[in-house]
Write a protein that binds this ligand. Structure first.
Ligand code: TRP
Length: 321
């Protein structure tokens, strides 16, 4: 059963975040706002695009190694997933776990649509009970941690490449924050996309069909819809760039001409010069050794790592000590 929805993002907070972001010298919008109903549905399409190998790699690793991963865990445990999305790839892990114990699975999502999809996707599994939390990651995790029984370990899933959406220092801080809610012996299964040739990375984030462009521009449509703004979508272009220093793919929305946009719901107007961008997301890429280092620096030990052979992507098992 899903817990009753707790609205995590009132419009006022959205308005304040839009205002903060668009008044910075490098304009930006927080990537969490990409995932409204339309955005979440478009991301599901991105994940099946031929150019975006990441989600399939993640799923293959879990499908092929689910039993091996579960073998290494101390039971009994409760599973909390940060950002479950549709929950499709989690099935492989839950399936392996269900053979060993009845499992409480707690997806933590800011998107009610994703939570509903996840429940639909996994609701048929025997020996799995789903308790959804419509919360920000760390709030939800603290709640799951507080509810577990004293003999239960916690397994946190942070799959896909969401850690990569933080810059490196913030990613480290996030790992430390997760560690702070865990007890020794609890674990974190962490997905990281690995460095690969730049043209391949850029195609993954600027597909020829334009789905990623639609996903990114939907954020402007959302501001129009929720805050009464007048962004003209045809005058913005989706751009993906590789940042060599940060080792990240950056997503931007570039203004194709000089223009002023009014955002009544946030009480301001914003001017763009031609070529100016709004930065919406960065996706950092790692080496497999770097993950061991990050684990060690945040109070974990990396016990094992599984890497996809077709699309370099790692799933790493970090144990809290
Ligand atoms: N954040 C995910 C990633 O780094 C999802 C994503 C794919 C994404 N394409 C995007 C986010 C384009 C923003 C813009 O892979």
């Amino acid at each position: 059963m899903l817990t009753p929805a707790i609205t995590a993002q009132p419009v006022l907070e959205f308005a304040a975040d839009v205002r903060d972001g668009l008044t910075k010298p490098q304009k930006e919008l927080l990537s969490k706002y990409l995932y409204d109903d339309v955005g979440s549905a478009l991301f599901e399409v991105i994940s099946v695009l031929p150019e975006y190998g990441l989600t399939r790699a993640d799923e293959r690793v879990l499908q092929r190694n689910g039993y091996d991963i579960v073998e290494r865990l101390s039971l009994p445990l409760v599973v909390a997933e940060l950002g479950s999305g549709s929950g499709k790839k989690t099935r492989w892990l839950l399936k392996a776990l269900a053979r060993r114990q009845h499992t409480a699975y707690c997806p933590i999502e800011i998107s009610p649509t994703a939570l509903a999809m996840c429940k639909r996707e996994l609701g048929d599994m025997d020996s799995i009970s789903i308790v959804g939390f419509e919360r920000e990651y760390l709030d939800g995790l603290a709640e799951v941690a507080a509810r577990r029984k004293s003999n239960q370990h916690l397994l946190v899933l942070f799959l896909g490449s969401t850690i990569g959406n933080f810059d490196r220092p913030a990613g480290m801080q996030f790992l430390r924050d997760i560690r702070g809610t865990l007890l020794p012996g609890d674990s974190l299964l962490l997905g990281t996309d690995l460095l690969k040739p730049i043209p391949q990375l850029l195609e993954a984030y600027a597909d020829p069909l334009g789905v990623t462009a639609a996903f990114n521009k939907n954020l402007l449509a959302r501001i129009n819809h929720d805050l009464g703004a007048d962004f003209e979508l045809p005058y913005f272009e989706h751009v993906a760039r590789f940042n060599n220093q940060a080792r990240s793919v950056e997503m931007h929305l570039m203004s194709k001409r000089e223009q002023t946009v009014t955002i009544p719901g946030a009480g301001f107007s914003v001017r763009f010069v031609e070529g100016e961008t709004i930065w919406t997301e960065s996706s950092h890429k790692y080496s497999k050794d770097e993950v061991f280092q990050m684990a060690g620096d945040s109070g974990f030990r990396c016990e094992a790592q599984w890497i996809d052979t077709e699309w370099p992507f790692a799933e790493s098992l970090l144990v809290a000590h």
